[in-house]
Design a binder for this molecule. Structure first.
Ligand SMILES: *Cc1c(COP(=O)(O)O)cnc(C)c1O
Length: 434
């Protein structure tokens, strides 16, 4: 099936007892056992079934199967937010004293998790100078447990060469973990290019309506955990917290996601509520259609901004002179994402005037909504960083990040146009770029 069909049908068959066509919301915490023996068999993982919704839930399971199908993975685990997904994805390969090597262009909270929170638990994250494979490789050593990147950086808009990063990671026996939130599997499927684990904030384009937080971790099923047993003992030795089970033996190619569920989800419980899973499934039904419109609207907006004399610069991978144009062709099929950044002439103060004058386009910190949204990263998502850290993350003081929605494009452009009028450079070109 193609993506548009998978997004509507995968992971669910008409319910055999009720014949419900829409995915039912299983608002239940627990599931009855037929007998003591049945309960024991479920706990021993000898039979399939549900026990308790902190571990799994039938509504959430449909969402897991559907996103796994869209990404081309073997299995997935839904969690309560994108951040929970990133935390679990990292912890699941880590141990005290191990490290993760990351590109520097990251979502602000992911940077905080990596730079401050994981280190407080004895896990170091080494930030490379750039997203280039030759900047990543020298940082990998025998304590490295993963290479991490965002396929398309938020807000930097950089596009990572996933195949090259996977090659470097695999040469050193470590998996590549990719946050695919900005691109979505509609534009890019990292597993096809060698990624081992894909993480999403479902809150953004996947859910698509700015109503519901959620995250997911998708396991490609391809990383050879057995071959690298010295580096990854957690998948290869009996797990005392799970009556001596060995993940690679019991779960075979789904060892990574099974351990994530039975260790982290079971014991620390960042659970996605079934109602949220339902709402996210509703959103995903239209993701292929929406992304198409997001992409087309963003192209029109980027062209408008670039042609406007009040605008100093526009960062959009769809422009032939963008440093990421070739990667956009290769990885996104030429469909540059609908997240773009720009600066108005007059620098920080003029950007603020523009931002405050927006009407239709909402001022907030979110993206991937049907609504067009604008964010000023330096004062919000990336404000914990020093200016030097911001620069490495691809954030400039005057930068405005737009997430272009699916409204009529002329209405979006009209709002941007009137807000540019408030910047004080109406007579385009009179003010010079900062
Ligand atoms: C929003 C976002 C996250 C965090 O997701 P939440 O669902 O808000 O926790 C992680 N990575 C990227 C790229 C994001 O845009």
């Amino acid at each position: 099936m193609r993506d548009a069909t998978i997004a509507i049908h995968s992971g669910y068959e008409v319910d055999p007892t009720t014949k419900a066509v829409a995915v039912p919301i299983y608002q239940t915490v627990a599931y009855a056992f037929d007998s003591a023996d049945h309960g024991a068999a479920l706990f021993n993982l000898e039979v399939d079934g549900f026990r308790y919704s902190r571990i799994s839930n039938p509504t959430t399971a449909v969402l897991e199967r559907r996103v796994a199908a869209l990404e081309g993975g073997v299995e997935a685990l839904c969690v309560s937010s994108g951040q929970a997904a990133l935390n679990y994805a990292a912890l699941n390969v880590s141990e005290l004293g191990s490290n993760i090597v990351s590109v520097p262009q990251l979502y602000g909270t992911t940077y905080t998790l990596f730079a401050h929170v994981l280190p407080s638990q004895g896990i170091t994250v080494r930030f490379a100078e750039s997203d280039q494979p030759d900047a990543i490789e020298p940082l990998i050593d025998d304590r490295t447990r993963a290479v991490f990147c965002e396929s398309v950086g938020n807000p930097a808009g950089n596009i990572c060469d996933i195949a090259a990063l996977a090659e470097v990671a695999h040469r050193h026996g470590v998996p590549l973990i990719v946050d695919n939130t900005v691109a979505t599997p509609i534009l890019l499927k990292p597993i096809e290019h060698g990624a081992d684990v894909v993480v999403h904030s479902l809150t953004k384009f996947m859910g698509g309506h700015g109503t519901t937080l959620g995250g997911i971790i998708v396991d490609s099923g391809k990383f050879p955990w057995r071959e690298h047993a010295d580096r990854f003992p957690m998948f290869n030795r009996p797990d005392a917290s799970y009556h001596g089970l060995i993940y690679v033996e019991h779960f075979k190619e789904a060892a990574y996601i099974a351990r994530c569920r039975s260790v982290y989800q079971r014991t620390t419980g960042a659970v996605l509520p079934p109602l949220s899973a339902f709402l996210l499934l509703q959103g995903i039904e239209t993701v292929a259609l929406r992304v198409e419109r997001h992409v087309e609207n963003a192209r029109r907006v980027a062209e408008f901004l670039r042609g406007d004399a009040r605008v100093a610069w526009v960062n959009y991978a769809g422009f032939p002179d963008s440093p990421y144009h070739a990667l956009a062709q290769r990885y996104l099929g030429g469909r540059a994402c609908s997240l773009l950044t720009f600066g108005v002439k007059g620098g920080f103060e003029a950007s603020k005037k523009f931002y405050d004058a927006l009407g239709l386009v909402k001022r907030l910190v979110n993206m991937g909504d049907a609504k067009s949204l604008a964010c000023h990263p330096a004062s919000t998502t990336h404000r914990q960083m020093s200016e030097e850290e911001q620069r490495k993350a691809g954030v400039r003081p005057e930068m405005i990040r737009l997430s272009i929605g699916i409204e009529h494009v002329d209405d979006i452009i009209a709002d941007l146009d009137q807000a540019l009028g408030a910047t004080g450079s109406d007579f385009g070109g009179l003010l010079t770029a900062p």
